[in-house]
Write a protein that binds this ligand. Structure first.
Ligand SMILES: NC(=O)c1ccc[n+]([C@@H]2O[C@H](COP(=O)([O-])OP(=O)(O)OC[C@H]3O[C@@H](n4cnc5c(N)ncnc54)[C@H](OP(=O)(O)O)[C@@H]3O)[C@@H](O)[C@H]2O)c1
Length: 232
């Protein structure tokens, strides 16, 4: 998949990883729609801001109507509410699902016909190592990322016949607002954006962006006992 000369849309492009993705797509020669809940918050020169709230189907439909020629869709926008599944506010649990699962699904369905118009097209979903391993303090986010991982794997098969390649990026902590409170080591989101775009150009199915994600992936075959020895 060639980025240069293509048209790309990135959700959540006003800050964090999404802003780096939009900037680097532009720098690699793409025409870029920088989608944001508040398009006025997009401060990147050389991109086209567009309104898109993942949790609002009318907003998603309007963005798909307004954008033209998109052959690369990056589902990046996300929320992290730090909500326990057992004791947390159910509205926050639903927000995680509405954003990561239903939001990503809605955007992909809305743009699929536009992607199909190209001989080659790509969808990249920004997942997390937390699609594979869950922590109780952030159980709602982990469940939503797992659901988004499953969605990614199903849609990859459904979109293949129209020439759309679907990739997943898994990463641990990145130095963005979402992980502001985290004191553990964090990746530079500019580096992760570079890996993501290299992965799209190479046609990679999975982009495993850091050591923690590689480590957890290696342990998955050991099942729950390997991932959660403390309760096995
Ligand atoms: N940071 C990490 O440690 C980490 C690790 C693994 C995976 N991820 C994933 O990486 C992706 C990017 O996260 P980030 O670290 O860049 O987070 P961030 O800095 O908090 O940015 C989140 C972005 O998503 C947007 N967003 C949230 N809800 C939205 C909605 N309903 N509709 C449209 N846009 C919405 C935000 O827009 P507003 O400005 O309007 O709020 C913002 O642009 C997410 O999918 C996240 O789950 C992050």
């Amino acid at each position: 998949m060639k980025i240069s000369g293509s048209t790309a849309l990135v959700t959540g492009a006003n800050r964090g990883l999404g802003r780096h993705l939009a900037a680097q797509l532009r720098d690699r020669g793409a025409t870029v729609y920088a989608a944001a809940r508040n398009p006025a918050a997009v401060d990147l020169p050389g991109v086209t801001p567009i309104a898109l709230d993942l949790t609002d189907p009318a907003s998603v439909a309007a963005a798909a109507d307004a954008a033209r020629g998109v052959s690369i869709l990056i589902n990046n926008a996300g929320s992290s509410t730090g909500t326990s599944l057992l004791t947390g506010d159910l509205n926050r649990v639903r927000l995680e699902m509405d954003t990561h699962f239903f939001g990503t699904l809605d955007v992909t369905r809305a743009f699929a016909p536009q992607l199909a118009l190209h001989e080659q097209s790509a969808v990249l979903n920004i997942l997390s190592v937390l699609a594979w391993v869950s922590f109780p303090t952030t159980g709602a986010y982990c469940a939503a990322k797992s659901a988004e991982w499953s969605l990614t794997n199903a849609l990859r098969q459904e979109l293949a016949p129209q020439g759309t390649r679907v990739s997943a990026l898994h990463v641990g902590y990145m130095d963005t607002d979402m992980a502001r409170a985290v004191t553990a080591a964090k990746s530079d989101p500019a580096d992760i954006a570079r890996l993501a775009l290299d992965g799209i150009e190479a046609g990679d199915t999975e982009i495993i962006a850091d050591e923690i994600s590689k480590g957890v992936l290696a342990v998955l075959s050991g099942g729950a006992a390997a991932l959660y020895p403390q309760v096995a």
